[in-house]
Design a protein. Structure first.
Length: 352
């Protein structure tokens, strides 16, 4: 008869016992496989970290070399442009180029096994020429824009920017899609930044920007209404004063100057008349707080001056003052200049 007895409590016999044993055996087998693969995983991670450290060290070394090379090449080119010894400076520039190629070749040989391009025949020199050409082209663009923006005032910032150009060029040849995409993105960002800086530098400044950059005192920006037959022809300003030019088709040119009281350095007498150093100077009271000065001599000229609210207004002309009524009209209608009247200032050189 079939055995119908139930398994004893604690016995491993039964319908699910086989499945449990198979599960335990599969788990132990998986653990053994994972333990067998673990050294290889650790080794791969270690190799990747070591490769990353080498790549970072390589790019830092190229950046430092690029900073030095940018400085030497910019100095050589500027010396060639601003001196007459072209043959000697050409030789110096050629030496700098050869030195740059040699330095990059040394840096490239340190990572020859890492960079795919350098594994082939002549790969080291192909990599050196490519990095130098790309880095120098980018650094040249940065240099031109930098000089256009602030002349040579920010040249100390130019060297690390030039080094970054060489480092980005070297990063383009490192293995790995992410590295290449990152280098390409950095190159695109650098190109976009340089292009935007060049575009911004080419834009004319606003009137407020021009006034602030040149240190002009806004309180001196005052003009008088043009007399009959005259028009306001142009204006000019600096941190020392403001000037306006009046003229007409059949009128004597007049110049209005505005400056702070006490700016004049000439010695004056008790009548506020300049003490002559050669040709005589005649000063007369013109009424209304004005003083007429006539400078005699080979080049005779005259000034009608007015002191008001800490400012000195001077309308001047050439020759003898036969009829200073036009000058009086300008001084009697003084007012703050409008933005339209000052618009010509932005066409003048602006201090960077």
């Amino acid at each position: 008869m079939p055995n119908t007895e139930h398994p004893m409590p604690g016995s491993s016999a039964g319908p699910g016992a086989g499945r449990r044993d198979a599960s335990r055996r599969g788990h132990r087998s998986g653990c053994r496989r994972n333990r067998a693969r673990l050294p290889g995983v650790i080794r791969d991670m270690t190799q990747k970290r070591e490769a990353a450290r080498r790549a970072i060290g390589h790019l830092v070394a190229v950046w430092l070399a690029g900073c030095a090379l940018t400085g030497m090449q910019v100095t050589a080119v500027l010396a060639m442009l601003f001196s007459g010894g072209a043959p000697l400076l050409t030789a110096v520039l050629a030496f700098v180029v050869l030195l740059a190629v040699a330095v990059l070749a040394v840096l490239g040989s340190a990572v020859r096994t890492m960079v795919p391009l350098m594994r082939g025949r002549g790969g080291l020199w192909a990599w050196t020429a490519s990095v130098y050409a790309l880095g120098t082209a980018a650094a040249s663009g940065v240099t031109v824009v930098s000089i256009q923006i602030d002349r040579l005032d920010g040249i100390s910032l130019l060297y690390p920017a030039g080094g970054a150009c060489y480092a980005i060029a070297a990063a383009l040849f490192l293995p790995g899609v992410r590295v290449k995409l990152g280098a390409a993105g950095a190159a695109a960002a650098l190109a976009a930044g340089v292009a935007y800086a060049a575009w911004a530098a080419a834009q004319p400044p606003t009137l407020g920007e021009w006034i602030s950059a040149n240190g002009v005192d806004r309180g001196m920006l005052r003009v008088g209404d043009p007399p009959p037959g005259y028009t306001l022809r142009g204006v000019g300003a600096s941190e020392d004063g403001f000037g306006a030019h009046y003229g007409g088709p059949h009128a004597e040119p007049l110049r209005l100057g505005v400056e702070r009281a006490g700016h004049e350095t000439r010695r004056v007498d008790a009548r506020d008349c300049p003490v002559p150093r050669g040709d005589p100077i005649r000063c007369t009271d013109d009424g209304g707080g004005r003083q007429l000065r006539v400078y005699e001599g080979d080049h005779e000229r005259w000034e009608l001056r007015l002191r008001r609210d800490g400012l000195v207004y001077t309308v001047s002309g050439d020759g003898s003052p036969t009829d200073p009524s036009a000058a009086r009209h300008i001084l009697s209608t003084l007012r703050p200049a409008t933005g339209t009247e000052l618009a010509g200032l932005v066409e003048l050189p602006m201090r960077r």
